[in-house]
Design a protein around this ligand. Structure first.
Ligand SMILES: [Zn+2]
Length: 448
């Protein structure tokens, strides 16, 4: 039974999808594409990736959506600074996103909608909110009136009165209530705009996600995912607009991943491009990055540092010698695999799943059970977690060289040149290659 933590109830709940057709409908809040993806985007992607992999393990079919916010204030600022059209900026960053996405081995989504491709749906949704009295026009802008939605704050647990008293909200004379948020921004000079029944302008950020998610997933759907920094106000506002427009509950489960903190690294001068997804992939590769993120439960924040990724790299290396693409997927150690699946179904407990993987490696080394069965299990778990099977050219070469050295050693022993034979053994041992002399021959393994 799959259990997931729902930000909405603040509890781990048994997963029970809305529709009984076997399909789980998921919306993942995607990138605003004024810039290239960074480590924070990788974390959000890996979270929604493991979520969908586990749903598949639990035998659900999926329909999932990942959106791009390709018009917003940040893009317009970028356009002003660079004198490059916002469409060119966003397309370049989307291209890089897909490069990173494919490199990381993220399960494909079914649709990748862009805000600028859904202006019609957005206008329709705003019109509905105006008609029902949940929105108002002020100057050239349209605002959502938060006080009209009695349940405002139900996701984040924030209360309207506290928010206003806290004066953390900007003062805007156009707004009836300082917490009201913009649905449609009237066109400003030198800014891109679209025509609408309420004048020339462009959509606000929050309304884009409501329009795109409901278009592809229906008015009520199963899972809405994103970083926890989006809970307030973005997701809170999505709920308000969507539920006021449809009168139906919006998303049933809200899954939020923790942040990636760069505190330590920010102190150093070499910040530069090091947190860019493309750069990180070049330095560490997709498997080490995935492994690094899996070591922490998805809901916790991660302190990012090069040292910590290097540590993950060293730990991951222990696995590599046992992994092969050619394994028998169904000839596995059932009990181990069951524990592994249970860990993942317990709110995506990847640290525990990794623990089971390393226990299996230890069992192989201790020859506790049939080696082939354990190796198959290991490869199956590795595959389930979305790691990539890499061509082991270097390992093949290592294997060949060790075999050559062992042949030389055998002939040394026959000539009673034990000193030389021991030298080979010792030199290999220094390189973590351990020789085991048996009655009927020699075996070797790479030590942990
Ligand atoms: Zn969103």
């Amino acid at each position: 039974m799959l259990k997931l933590y729902n930000t909405f109830s603040k509890n781990v709940e048994n997963f029970d999808p809305i529709s009984k057709d076997g399909f789980v409908r998921i919306y993942s809040c995607g990138m605003t594409v004024q810039d290239t993806p960074h480590i924070g985007h990788i974390r959000a992607l890996i979270t929604v990736d493991i979520l969908r992999r586990v749903l598949k393990l639990s035998e659900y079919s999926l329909f999932s959506v990942y959106n791009f916010t390709d018009i917003d204030d940040k893009l317009i600022t970028k356009m002003g600074e660079s004198h490059i059209d916002y469409r060119i900026i966003s397309q370049r960053n989307i291209d890089e996103f897909f490069e990173v996405f494919n490199n990381l081995n993220i399960l494909p989504f079914d649709v990748y909608p862009r805000a600028t491709g859904h202006i019609e749906e957005i206008i329709e949704l705003i019109s509905k909110l105006l008609e029902k009295g949940f929105a108002y026009k002020s100057g050239d802008d349209i605002y959502f009136s938060v006080s009209k939605f009695k349940e405002y704050g139900k996701l984040s647990g924030k209360r309207l009165d506290d928010l206003i008293e806290g004066k953390r909200v900007e003062v805007n004379q156009n707004k009836e209530n300082p917490l009201d948020f913009v649905l449609w921004k009237g066109a400003r000079d030198n800014e891109p705009y679209w025509y609408s029944p309420f004048g020339k302008g462009r959509p606000g950020w929050h309304i884009e996600c409501s329009a795109m998610s409901m278009k592809y997933l229906g008015e009520s759907f199963d899972i809405h995912a994103g970083g926890k920094d989006l809970i307030f106000p973005h997701h809170e506002n999505e709920i308000a607009q969507s539920e006021c427009a449809t009168g139906k509950p919006f998303a049933k489960y809200w899954i939020h991943n923790g942040m990636v903190n760069l505190k330590g690294e920010k102190m150093s001068k070499s910040l530069g491009n090091v947190f860019k997804a493309k750069e990180l992939l070049k330095l560490y590769g997709p498997n080490v990055l995935r492994f690094f993120l899996y070591k922490t439960h998805y809901r916790k924040d991660i302190e990012f540092s090069k040292e910590r990724v290097e540590e993950a790299k060293t730990a991951f290396k222990r696995l590599v010698p046992y992994i092969s693409e050619n394994f028998e997927e169904d000839n596995i150690e059932v009990d181990i695999y069951k524990d592994f699946k249970n860990a993942l179904e317990d709110d995506l407990n990847t640290p525990e799943a990794l623990g089971i993987i390393f226990e299996t490696v230890n069992m192989i080394n201790k020859k506790e059970k049939e080696e082939n069965l354990l190796k198959n299990t290991l490869c199956r778990m590795y595959k389930d977690l979305g790691f990539i099977f890499v061509k082991k050219e270097k390992d093949d070469l290592t294997e060949q060289l060790v075999e050559v050295l062992l042949k030389i050693r055998e002939s040394m022993k026959k000539e009673k040149n034990y000193q030389m034979a021991d030298l080979i053994r010792e030199e290999l041992k220094k390189r973590k290659i351990v020789i085991n002399d048996l009655k009927d021959g020699v075996t070797w393994k790479i030590e942990d």
